[in-house]
Design a protein around this ligand. Structure first.
Ligand code: DC
Length: 237
């Protein structure tokens, strides 16, 4: 049995925080697939530039994959946490910038990019199975249960209202959570969700057998406890 827990959901639904804490409690590794899309976006912005988006523009899939392989862009397992690296430098901090956030959905809509990212994720999980101390991997993203690991025995789809997600994102950044700012952040999140949900390839949507978890009224601790409980029922210790 593949020891993977897939956690999908829209931006700022708490996927990565939940996945990281679930992994810690189970003694599993954590892989944030969005971090790889972000690291690749950072590498592309620094090495190719913003480019256009039309036919034959600078952001072609093959050119991006070539940059990813050359630098390289990769995931490195450090203390049960897969961290994104560009040319040997840890970029976990740099990939959260506004500039990367603004461009990442466009890059994630390119089919060759998704094929490359998916291969990295599968390889990372294989590596954990073969040599690592972890017993499995909690992977979070948008298409983990539908495309990357459809055979994962436990699939969770997290949701929360856009306003609640905006509030969480703002307080995470240490910013004031007042009405107008929440409205703007909520609109930006909704725009990114729309881009991720409406793309032709691997759109954001729950797998048919995913457990839907609306976290609007849940604390992080409550949602983590729920996933851990489901995992303990499914994966023999
Ligand atoms: O979860 P995040 O905000 O760090 O993800 C960044 C972007 O990457 C997001 O806009 C959509 C894309 N993404 C994706 O298309 N598929 C994934 N499995 C993970 C992220």
């Amino acid at each position: 049995m593949l020891r993977v827990i897939a956690i999908d959901g829209p931006a700022a639904s708490g996927k990565s925080s939940t996945a990281g804490l679930v992994a810690k409690r189970l003694g599993w590794a954590h892989l944030d697939s969005g971090a790889l899309y972000r690291a690749l976006t950072l590498a592309v912005l620094d090495n190719i530039g913003e480019g256009g988006r039309g036919k034959g523009d600078a952001w072609s899939g093959s050119r991006i994959v070539a940059v990813a392989e050359r630098l390289p862009v990769r995931l490195v397992l450090v203390s049960e946490e897969f961290r994104p690296e560009v040319a040997g430098v840890d970029v976990e901090g740099a990939i959260r910038s506004e500039r990367v956030t603004r461009h990442v959905s466009a890059l994630a809509a390119i089919p060759e990019v998704r094929t490359w990212v998916n291969a990295q994720q599968r390889r990372a999980v294989e590596g954990v199975k073969v040599g690592g101390g972890a017993e499995g991997v909690v992977v979070d993203g948008r298409d983990i249960g539908t495309v990357v690991f459809p055979e994962a025995p436990l699939k969770i789809f997290l949701t929360a209202t856009p306003d609640e997600r905006a509030r969480r994102r703002l307080s995470q950044r240490g910013e004031a959570v007042d009405g107008e700012v929440v409205r703007r952040e909520s609109q930006a999140l909704a725009a990114r969700d729309a881009a991720d949900s409406n793309r032709r390839i691997a759109p954001l949507k729950p797998a048919p057998d995913a457990v839907l978890l609306d976290t609007t009224a849940l604390t992080l601790e409550q949602q983590v406890a729920r996933v851990v409980e489901l995992a303990r029922g499914l994966f023999p210790g």
